[in-house]
Each structure stands twice: as structure tokens, then as C-alpha cells.
Ligand binder design. Structure first.
Ligand SMILES: Cc1cc2nc3c(=O)[nH]c(=O)nc-3n(C[C@H](O)[C@H](O)[C@H](O)COP(=O)(O)OP(=O)(O)OC[C@H]3O[C@@H](n4cnc5c(N)ncnc54)[C@H](O)[C@@H]3O)c2cc1C
Length: 417
């Protein structure tokens, strides 16, 4: 594997770019593996990387029905933050934020992590109370989050309209300065390259059609169009398709799958310095390095596997964006797309063992799992390797939906991007 460095770039420039090798081989499945991971998104690829690097388990295959990173990992709006309300969530997302800090160096791959700050707008008394509660709770957990007045919010983000007559008046904002964005494809590619270099097989265009179990109930492997692949352990990281895959092993999950959409504008010169979210009106916005405004909305109201959303939703989102940022009213939108997100009743993920021996699941990230990618992958690898949860994911069990020990970020924020 070529080590990416300044010297390599110069060498390439001087030798007609002939010094680059493929970043990972296109593997074909072997008869058996120690671990098969279903889903080559950031979470699955990352788990394979940490299994090989930290646990010495490299007889691993990551299998995807499409191309790697082609699921929600390559479709999201790349918001990274850790200012969730509950202690369990703060630990989980802040673990990820710590790993984001050095991920480019760790992977020798520029994931373009940009700590530009994420600001959440308060439009009414309820928002103020809710966000100030978040600020206090986050500080107790050592997570940075601060309260801004409307004027301070506008100084941080000049295009923001804070006039009192605005349709959605801004009465303050919560700001996490360590939060920001990263390049989503690069995260998938960086983990894929790092995992493949350590011996992991990445198998694309190969849907897992069933998880097989032996007479003792333990997993034995997975069925695919390329044949049966035996595995001592199977780990599922299939986002919006998780419940379909898990049902083949006889495990029912408390998940609903919804389309979630995003869209980008024509590119313009740098104008938007941070990420702004408005949970009350379900709209959020940032600017990509290419100059496009990246705009996200809420989930569709109805469940679906269609991987594209309804027009009324993004019309509503754009209407809200135009109210909050009148400066963007004449901009043209270039394209929109959707992904299928897997939503749990409490809007917190499920990461851990399942009732089936040898079967593990990492799902339920809903609208907000990109930010968690390195942390989630890290603790999922620990869980798979040791057959027991890491302290951070111990509360995120499947059982919490029967015991009632929910981690109710849905009630806390009404949105969890
Ligand atoms: C429009 C949109 C905006 C978003 N914005 C944000 C954001 O700003 N910040 C944030 O933190 N999160 C955001 N998210 C959520 C985030 O993208 C996801 O939570 C996260 O990427 C999930 O990663 P993953 O690796 O688990 O899933 P994925 O990247 O979806 O990977 C799962 C993989 O499983 C594969 N698969 C499915 N079924 C099978 C099968 N039977 N056999 C083999 N492979 C299979 C799929 O092809 C896919 O590649 C957004 C999501 C969307 C759709």
C-alpha cells in the first residue's frame, strides 16, 4: 500500500502520476472467515479496521450489496457534534469526536475534518429551555457547548437574519465549537484502505440474502449470490436495511426505516463559516469545500425503502432556510438525494450482542450516525472481538426496549441529526 505523503505527491507529479496503486483489491469471497461484517459503510469498514488493528483479527470480510460507502455514509450532510443530552450519549459521541481529531493521521487519509462549529438556533422559549439544559448537561460531562445571544449568534454566522420580525425569530443559540464536518466518502475510503492493508477482504456487489444458524442456534455464516460464506461471527451494520437482514436470523428489531433527504445549491464563494441547525423547523445548512450550500431536512412522515424522499418535505425545508437566511432566496438548487435511515423508538442506537450467539448488531443511528462513525466502529470491534460490550456501548442494548431503560434523545431534542 502506498503511504500517502508530500514526497509521494511530488514524485507522482514528476513521473506522470504512475506511482499510485489501487487503494484496495476487489476481493472475492473465501469459503470461511472468523468474522463477516454485513454492510460496507463507515461503521462496518471502521469495525473491520479496528478488529484488525487493535484486536489482531484480520480474517474478516466486509460484504456490501452495492459499492462501499454507497449507503448513508456517502449520502449524509456530514455534521459532526457530540452535544447530546444524556450521559450515555455524551460519552458515546464524545468518544467519536476524540477519534475524529486524529483520524486523518491514523488512517494516513485526509478525511477533511473541519472544526467549524455547529450552532443550534432557538426560536422560542421552549427551545431556549431545552438548549440551555443541554449546555449545562454537556458541561457536567466535559463536552463543550455554550449559550450565545442572538447578536453573538449572528457574529458567528453573519448571513443569519435575527430581526425580531423574522418568521422564525432567533432568540439565542447553543454552539459547540469542536463540532463541524468531514468528507464522508473519505471516511469510508480511508477505513477501507486501512482494513484491506491489514488483510480484510472487502467484497462489493454481493447482497447477503440470509444469515444462517446451526442446530445449536449459533450463527454459521451468510448466504449470498456468490455462495455460502461460513463465519464464526457475523456482525450487521446495514443501516436502513438492518431489520430485513436480521429477520433472516430470526431477530426482530424495534426499527422503522424512513427516507431522509438532503440537497445542494449551485456553488458560490465562501459565505457560510459554520453549520447551523434549526430543530424547530427541521432544516440545517453548511457550505461544502466546493462552495455548494449543503441543506438537510427531516425524515419523511411514512416508512419506505425507496431511497428517495417526497418533494413537499424539501420544499418546506427550503422555505425555512429562506426565512432564516433571506440572503439565499435567489440561489438555485442543483440536486437532491435520499438515504434510508433506521430509527429506534428513543432515537439512540443499538450496539451490541443479540439473542443469537455469534451475531452482533450496530444499528438505529437514524438521522445522525455519521458523526459517530469512528467511535461506534471502535467499540463495535471491541464487542465483536471480546464477545462483550465496551463500557461505552454497554447501555445501548437491545434489551433496553423491554426493560424500559431508554436513552431518550428523541424526547430530549425532537431531532437527532
Ligand atoms: C440525507 C442524510 C443526511 C444525513 N446527515 C447526517 C449528518 O449530517 N450527520 C450525521 O451524523 N449523520 C447523518 N446521517 C446519518 C448517517 O448517514 C448514518 O447514520 C450513517 O452514515 C450510518 O452509517 P452505516 O455505516 O451504519 O450505514 P451505511 O453507510 O448506510 O452502510 C450500510 C451498508 O449496508 C449495505 N447493505 C444493506 N443491506 C445489505 C445486505 N443485505 N447485504 C449486504 N450489504 C447490505 C448497504 O448497501 C450500505 O452500504 C444522514 C443520513 C442521510 C440519509
Amino acid at each position: 500500500m502506498t503511504h500517502f505523503s508530500f514526497a509521494q505527491v511530488i514524485r507522482g507529479a514528476l513521473t506522470g502520476q504512475k506511482n499510485w496503486t489501487p487503494q484496495w483489491p476487489d476481493a472475492q469471497p473465501r469459503a470461511s472467515y472468523d468474522v463477516v461484517i454485513v454492510g460496507a459503510g463507515g461503521h462496518g469498514l471502521g469495525a473491520a479496521y479496528y478488529l484488525a488493528k487493535e484486536h489482531g483479527i484480520s480474517n474478516v470480510a466486509v460484504i456490501d450489496k452495492g459499492w462501499l460507502g454507497g449507503g448513508n455514509t456517502g449520502r449524509n450532510t456530514t455534521i459532526i457534534r457530540s452535544n447530546y443530552l444524556y450521559d450515555e450519549s455524551a460519552r458515546l459521541y464524545d468518544h467519536a469526536l476524540d477519534l475524529w481529531e486524529n483520524l486523518s493521521q491514523e488512517l494516513n487519509y485526509n478525511v477533511m475534518y473541519s472544526k467549524r462549529g455547529v450552532m443550534m438556533l432557538a426560536h422560542n422559549v421552549h427551545d431556549v429551555q431545552s438548549f440551555q439544559r443541554h449546555v449545562h448537561s454537556n458541561r457536567l460531562n466535559g463536552v463543550d457547548n455554550e449559550w450565545l445571544t442572538a447578536q453573538e449568534a449572528q457574529r458567528f454566522c453573519p448571513p443569519l437574519d435575527i430581526s425580531p420580525s423574522a418568521r422564525y425569530p432567533v432568540v439565542g443559540a447553543a454552539l459547540q465549537r469542536r463540532a463541524g464536518t468531514a468528507r464522508h466518502d473519505a471516511v469510508a475510503w480511508g477505513y477501507a484502505r486501512g482494513a484491506a492493508a491489514r488483510g480484510v477482504d472487502i467484497i462489493q456487489n454481493c447482497p447477503v440474502t440470509a444469515i444462517r444458524r446451526g442446530p445449536d442456534g449459533r450463527v454459521t455464516g451468510v448466504e449470498t449470490p456468490k455462495g455460502f460464506i461460513a463465519a464464526k461471527k457475523v456482525a450487521v451494520s446495514a443501516a436502513g436495511n438492518t431489520s430485513v437482514v436480521m429477520e433472516t436470523a430470526g431477530v426482530r428489531l424495534p426499527l422503522e426505516s424512513y427516507p431522509l433527504q438532503a440537497l445542494v445549491s449551485e456553488p458560490v464563494k465562501p459565505i457560510f463559516p459554520c453549520v447551523v441547525m434549526s430543530n424547530s423547523v427541521h432544516a440545517y445548512i453548511s457550505q461544502s469545500d466546493k462552495g455548494e450550500l449543503v441543506i438537510g431536512s427531516g425524515t419523511d412522515q411514512y416508512v419506505s425503502y425507496s431511497q428517495r424522499g417526497g418533494l413537499p418535505l424539501i420544499e418546506h425545508t427550503l422555505a425555512s432556510i429562506c426565512e432564516i437566511f433571506p440572503i439565499f432566496r435567489r440561489m438555485r438548487m442543483l440536486r437532491k438525494w435520499g438515504g434510508i435511515v433506521d430509527v429506534t423508538p428513543d432515537r439512540s442506537p443499538i450496539i451490541g450482542k443479540t439473542p443469537v450467539p455469534g451475531l452482533y448488531v450496530n444499528c438505529g443511528w437514524g438521522t445522525g450516525g455519521f458523526k459517530a462513525t469512528p467511535g461506534s466502529a471502535h467499540i463495535f470491534a471491541h464487542t465483536i472481538a471480546r464477545d462483550e460490550p465496551h463500557a461505552i456501548n454497554a447501555p445501548f442494548t437491545l434489551e433496553r426496549f423491554t426493560t424500559g431503560r431508554l436513552i431518550d434523545e428523541a424526547a430530549a431534542a425532537a431531532v437527532a441529526h
